[in-house]
Design a protein around this ligand. Structure first.
Ligand SMILES: CC(C)(COP(=O)(O)OP(=O)(O)OC[C@H]1O[C@@H](n2cnc3c(N)ncnc32)[C@H](O)[C@@H]1OP(=O)(O)O)[C@@H](O)C(=O)NCCC(=O)NCCS
Length: 136
């Protein structure tokens, strides 16, 4: 999947926060330990550092949401991480993102911490992030 396609899907999915640009994806994909699962319908991007994995972003194009794609990518991400001796997966999610939190909790993640006023919102305000963790 090209950085341009990633940026396109990301922009279509993230309507409340600033989408990531093609050049940001290009730079991220050059970093060590990156794992990318999925396609233009839905993808997950994360990285492995030692025995921990971090989910950086998950996006399903609005035309393809609620069809199990994000769950499938997350399952694949976790299973790839497992093969690389990862013990915990972490991620940050906006505290008001009920859809994403439901996706993660169903996969076994639990709340590990909270960062107040972490993300900027579309109206220029700020909102906190929950830190979730999954032991694998
Ligand atoms: C969150 C997101 C990735 C889910 O993608 P998806 O492919 O539609 O998700 P799935 O179809 O695999 O759904 C898996 C579970 O997630 C939850 N879920 C997904 N969309 C939901 C919604 N609109 N409302 C409530 N729960 C939702 C449900 O628990 C769902 O399980 P179910 O279908 O058995 O009820 C997608 O809505 C998206 O791209 N949102 C914008 C970007 C974003 O917020 N990314 C996460 C940032 S941390």
């Amino acid at each position: 999947m090209t950085p341009a396609a990633l940026a396109q899907t990301h922009a279509a999915a993230f309507t409340q926060t600033r989408p990531w640009s093609e050049s940001e994806f290009t730079d991220l994909l050059k970093q060590r330990g990156m794992i990318l699962c999925g396609d233009a319908k839905s993808f997950i991007l994360g990285r492995i550092i030692g025995d921990e994995a971090e989910v950086l972003t998950v996006a399903t194009h609005p035309n393809h949401q609620r069809q199990g794609y994000a769950r499938a990518q997350l399952v694949q991400f976790i299973s790839q991480a497992r093969t690389q001796n990862v013990e915990s997966v972490f991620l940050e999610v906006s505290e008001n993102n009920g859809a994403a939190k439901s996706l993660y909790y169903k996969q076994g993640f639990h709340k590990f911490g909270h960062r107040p006023q972490y993300y900027y919102t579309a109206d220029g305000g700020k909102i906190g992030a929950d830190i979730l963790r999954l032991e694998i």
